[in-house]
Design a protein around this ligand. Structure first.
Ligand SMILES: Nc1ncnc2c1ncn2[C@@H]1O[C@H](COP(=O)(O)OP(=O)(O)OP(=O)(O)O)[C@@H](O)[C@H]1O
Length: 267
């Protein structure tokens, strides 16, 4: 079952600067939400705050009605176990000497106490997800030797073995080729449908936004510049202000994703 996320009057400061300004958002259980915005708009900061990793200067983030930053550390840590967070690829150390199976199994560690050995059912859970993501044959391969798309799948497996009710992904398609960009988004969309989990994904690629997403959120210079259906947000004046380019949606695409060729830049 997906989690509900409510963000009220959220402001975040760093180095004396306000990098998120008075953000108000409501994400319903089981929704698939895209976050877009130009470089530096505040997308990663928003995701980190939602994952319990960046304390607000003011405002509140509620996860299923619980104020994340109002909880004591024990309750907060337990709540965070229900959040699968996949950071930007630049933030994980791909040279770590682990196999793909070991990285995926890290998600199960959160279900156990520190230093407690994983049980056979944990291993079965890891195998199950590696199988569902079609990467079982990579289990004993060093993580560092995997391709970008394979690494992303392993990190998704790690998040899913945690059995999350909220999956947060920060540009999972970055540095991936055209095929993998869509493949990762399609995979996450299928998982959201099948498991009913809430998904919040930052994407720089319009072609990685599924047309049947529930909502797209546009950030500009740390502020909320738009939210609603993807069609509405991508065709909005606010989008033009954020990206300096106006897009007009033309025919929808047969494969269920927006395509750059599906947009026509207006002169
Ligand atoms: N710890 C910090 N100290 C100072 N400034 C920060 C800090 N963290 C983030 N910022 C600034 O806040 C702004 C938003 O950063 P953030 O990483 O959230 O943007 P983003 O929208 O995810 O960008 P990108 O698309 O480039 O990944 C940027 O200008 C960044 O330099």
């Amino acid at each position: 079952m997906g989690a509900e996320l409510k963000i009220s009057n959220l402001s975040i400061r760093a180095s004396g600067r306000e990098i998120l300004k008075d953000i108000n958002l409501s994400i319903c259980p089981g929704e698939y939400v895209n976050i877009i915005g130009a470089n530096g708009a505040g997308k990663t900061t928003l995701l980190k705050a939602a994952a319990g990793l960046k304390r607000p200067a003011s405002g509140k983030i509620s996860f299923d009605g619980q104020d994340i930053y109002g909880l004591g550390w024990w309750k907060k840590t337990n709540l965070q176990k229900r959040i699968g967070y996949i950071p930007q690829s630049a933030e994980y150390n791909s040279e770590l000497p682990f196999t793909a199976g070991e990285v995926a199994a890290m998600g199960r560690v959160s279900a156990r106490r520190l230093f407690e050995r994983l049980k056979s059912e944990d291993q079965a859970c890891v195998d199950e997800w590696l199988g569902k993501l079609h990467i079982k044959e990579l289990k004993n391969q060093p993580f560092s030797s995997l391709s970008g798309g394979e690494k992303q799948k392993v990190l998704i497996a790690r998040a899913l073995t945690q059995n999350p009710s909220l999956l947060i992904l920060d540009e999972p398609s970055a540095n991936l080729d055209f095929y993998w960009k869509k493949e990762i988004s399609r995979l996450v969309k299928d998982l959201q449908k099948a498991l009913g989990i809430t998904v919040v994904m930052v994407s720089h690629e319009i072609s990685a936004i599924p047309q049947d997403s529930d909502k797209t959120i546009l950030l500009r210079e740390g502020a909320l510049a738009g939210q609603g259906s993807s069609e509405k947000v991508l065709a909005s004046e606010e989008f033009e202000k954020a990206y300096g380019r106006r897009l007009r949606l033309s025919d929808s695409q047969a494969d269920g994703f927006f395509e750059f060729p599906g947009f026509k830049a207006e002169d």
